[in-house]
Write a protein that binds this ligand. Structure first.
Ligand code: ATP
Length: 380
């Protein structure tokens, strides 16, 4: 007999019309003088979600996070947390806690004292504080270091103490501003998974700001991709990679080959695009929903293409060019293929064999082909 599960097997409350968001952001904008840093954002974040705001430097993600924390006030719009309008509510009265990029640990206090600090301010008894501090330090596996000062810890250990301190107050929402920025690449990778496991165990809603797409993809249930103050798309990592809504998202997340053209035919499961640059028609395996003649962009990811030396037989979706650069990355190689028009297309091949047995080399003439279902029409 199957035991009842505490958590649904697939966590996707955003697909449940009866689910109530924990955070509701409605029409929120923020101007600094004439400059619009956050532009009319509408967003729902659900209880227990690990949500990331992802975007390039200066896109407004930190400003949006700071408005959730109460460190900035919206110029327009409203933020509701757990059904309560946050307008005019100061940071310390909000059910949120913010973990800063710098970790902001007190240097003169031990690890245990750092964690206890906020609890003391809340007026908890000594016994309760000691219990709570031990519980969160156990959670982040830092109990053995409780008497050390921050300068006697590595960057990764400081990060875990900062996390423990933030979790100790049991906020409904933990806001994380580039929480792993200070860690080196390898430690970042490990810590990303640790952080996700901890979030899963405590069940607190995490909202993280990052400019690192790999980090956002690894850690988040959903991602909001921001551009110039605007949320371009909200979706699961799979949705934003496989089905980007805009050319900006397609380009920002991973690598995308994009071909501009105009719609020649639009059917229920097929769009044909006239692509002047390629002097060819491209077929995409879904409807674009726009009129014949409308300008569109066809997107194909590098790993969705295949390479062959012979001209393909069926004539569907193929471009011809010459290998101009090869980037060997160990597990995969990226081939840059220069087309007749001079523009370059990237194709990724998994290195199943040793390099000495590579199939392709510089100046090889090749055909790149792809199935219509592996490409996407983006409306301009
Ligand atoms: P980063 O990853 O570099 O931190 P970000 O996406 O988090 O970037 P924000 O910090 O939200 O960006 O800033 C968005 C824009 O608003 C930037 O152009 C920034 O210069 C501007 N800005 C932020 N805070 C202020 C402020 N207090 N006064 C004036 N402009 C500000």
């Amino acid at each position: 007999m199957a035991l009842p599960s505490a958590k649904p097997i697939v966590f996707s409350p955003w697909n449940d019309p009866d689910a109530t968001p924990l955070i509701r952001i409605r029409g929120v904008s923020k101007s600094f003088g004439d400059f619009l840093a956050v532009n009319n954002v509408d967003l729902d974040i659900y209880p227990g979600e690990f949500f990331s705001l992802l975007g390039a430097s200066g896109c407004g993600k930190t400003t949006l996070l700071r408005m959730l924390a109460g460190f900035e006030s919206p110029t327009d719009g409203r933020i509701f947390i757990d059904g309560v309008d946050m307008t005019g509510i100061p940071p310390y009265e909000r059910p949120v806690n913010m973990m800063f990029q710098s970790y902001a640990l007190f240097p003169h206090m031990t690890v245990a004292q750092n964690v206890a600090f906020g609890l003391k301010q809340d007026g908890l008894s000594k016994k309760k504080i000691a219990e709570k501090a031990k519980e969160v330090l156990d959670l982040v596996q830092m109990s053995a270091f409780s008497e050390r000062k921050p300068n006697q810890l590595s960057g990764g250990q400081r990060q875990r103490v900062a996390l423990a301190r933030s979790l100790a107050k049991e906020p409904k929402v933990l806001l994380l501003d580039e929480p792993l920025a200070a860690l080196d690449k390898k430690l970042r990778g490990q810590t990303q998974l640790e952080l996700v496991n901890i979030q899963d165990r405590v069940g607190i809603t995490f909202v993280m700001v990052t400019h690192d797409q790999e980090e956002a993809m690894t850690m988040s249930a959903r991602i909001g991709v921001m551009n110039a103050g605007f949320i371009e798309q909200v979706g699961t990592p799979v949705e934003i990679y496989e089905y980007p809504a805009t050319t900006f998202v397609a380009d920002f997340i991973g690598t995308a080959n994009m071909f501009d053209g105009v719609v020649a035919l639009d059917e229920q499961n097929r769009t044909v695009v006239d692509c002047a640059e390629l002097e060819a028609q491209l077929t995409v395996g879904h409807s674009s929903g726009v009129a014949v003649g409308a300008p569109v962009t066809v997107m194909v990811r590098p790993e969705k293409m295949t390479v062959q030396r012979e001209a393909p037989q069926d004539g569907l979706n193929s471009v011809h060019g010459v290998v101009s650069d090869i980037a060997y990355l160990g597990d995969i190689s990226i081939y840059h293929v220069r087309l007749n028009s001079g523009r370059k297309v990237q194709v990724a091949l998994t290195n199943l064999r040793h390099t000495s047995e590579q199939r392709l080399t510089w100046d090889d003439e090749v055909y790149l082909t792809w199935h219509p279902a592996n490409s996407l029409v983006l409306v301009q």
